[in-house]
Design a protein around this ligand. Sequence first.
Ligand SMILES: [Zn+2]
Length: 192
Amino acid sequence: MKRVLQSLTLLMLAVILQQCSYSQSNTPKKANMDTSKKNNVYSRTDSSKVNISDDEWRKILPADVYEIAREKGTERPWTSKFENSKEVGTYYCAACGNPLFKSDTKFESGCGWPSFYQPISKSSIIYLADNSHGMTRTEVECGRCKAHLGHVFDDGPPPTGLRYCINGVVLDFEKAQAAEKKYNEGEQKKGE
Ligand SMILES: [Zn+2]
């Protein structure tokens, strides 16, 4: 505490001194030093589109997330901790927090990447034709920030017959709360 007070006093002194000698000059803007994992575009509730430059993304995303989300990289198969996870919860975009998949649409595809048969909503995903590497595939991107997520194939299980093959690095998982689980079960019953 004493140290904090000391540094505060020093800081104030410095500011006062600076203001005295350079009263006309603009105080340099403090650089954004927020190094926490969650950047300031990350939100699990804000659905407004995120449109920032790759330079800005580079500053706020961890290197492995940046490589896949912005440079369309692919993580090595069988490396994602989510591949065999059976935990109940929601998968979000690791770059922006957009809700992407529910754990109950996840299935074991054996392809080496976390696989789902259905996104949470229409705004979860954007679909793009991908003709790279001599293949005709459909790329899937995050519907909010256009992060590259993976690809979708038509060899998935019912009811959609689709397999969303997703890089685990760009997924952020949150375990369902007991209450949410109960709510979802209630909703399912209603729908039956
Ligand atoms: Zn996103």
